[in-house]
Design a protein around this ligand. Structure first.
Ligand SMILES: NC(=O)c1ccc[n+]([C@@H]2O[C@H](COP(=O)([O-])OP(=O)(O)OC[C@H]3O[C@@H](n4cnc5c(N)ncnc54)[C@H](O)[C@@H]3O)[C@@H](O)[C@H]2O)c1
Length: 249
């Protein structure tokens, strides 16, 4: 019998205390990986990390210094970094455009778009020394097709995440780093708009999903884990839509 154990894949999940992030952290750990769970909600991150024998850390993705510290510390504690998954995000207040203050707009962009930029930038140096390194960012189906008319800032931030991720894939592909963006449809997490809210907008009705229902966090996490791992070795720059068939017509 060989004494050589295969090295565990070392991943950071940013937003890992959240509905989707926690499911991703669990999925990566179930596949044998070593996972750092980072979130603004440190208690939540600790709870998830405790379940999966991972490490936890605090991060505010909208704060450059916090991101640098948290990613460096996570990479040190994992002994390196092979994969990054960024799921931290906020929906923001539902407002018509004329009621949207600059501060509200900037809050959503700061977390969803600038946060994705800051986290990816901080992780790249570590990923360059990683094993078959990859990045998965999380955008949304609303980057492709509107859901609620009051989500302009959110939709713009997620459209930005799609464009950012594809261009980053182009930049770091020659270094062997893959970057893909996953666009979930409606997922049953604390963030999802309520059924009552969706009922207000024609575009939000569940009948518009070919499968006629929202996803569980685990159904989206399965795809993220696959795309993040070495099995997806020829996949980069892809916009992976996992939306129960809402955006296909
Ligand atoms: N739930 C849905 O229907 C849905 C649909 C499409 C896309 N998404 C996207 O999926 C991702 C995960 O969302 P979720 O549904 O799990 O929501 P969630 O609210 O359960 O989780 C979001 C997590 O992000 C963390 N977070 C928020 N701001 C942060 C900051 N500044 N710094 C660090 N962490 C921060 C929160 O603490 C929370 O743990 C988000 O990017 C969201 O936009 C969700």
């Amino acid at each position: 019998m060989s004494t050589m154990e295969p090295r565990r894949r070392r991943s950071v999940v940013v937003g890992g205390a959240g509905g989707l992030g926690a499911a991703v952290a669990r999925g990566l750990a179930e596949a044998g990986g070593l996972v750092a769970v980072l979130d603004r909600d440190l208690e939540g991150a600790r709870a998830v990390a405790g379940e999966i024998d991972g490490v936890a850390g605090e991060i505010d993705v909208s704060d450059e210094a916090s991101v640098g510290r948290a990613i460096d510390e996570a990479a040190t504690r994992l002994g390196g970094l092979d994969a990054l998954v960024t799921t931290a995000g906020v929906l923001g207040e539902r407002l018509d455009l004329e009621q949207t203050s600059l501060a509200r707009w900037q809050e959503v962009i700061a977390v969803n778009l600038t946060g994705t930029f800051l986290v990816c930038r901080a992780a790249l140096g570590h990923l360059r020394s990683g094993d078959r390194p990859s990045v998965v960012t999380v955008a949304s189906g609303v980057a492709l097709r509107p859901l609620l008319p009051t989500l302009t800032a959110y939709a713009a931030s997620k459209g930005g995440v799609v464009a950012f991720s594809k261009t980053l894939a182009q930049q770091v592909g020659p270094d062997g780093i893959r970057v893909n963006v996953v666009c979930p449809g409606l997922v049953e997490t604390p963030m999802a708009p309520s059924r009552a809210e969706l009922g207000e907008a024609d575009t939000g009705r569940l009948e518009q999903y070919a499968l006629g229902r929202a996803a569980t966090a685990e159904e989206i996490a399965e795809v993220i884990c696959l795309v993040s791992g070495p099995a997806a070795s020829y996949m980069t720059g892809s916009t992976v839509v996992v939306d129960g068939g809402r955006s296909y017509w």
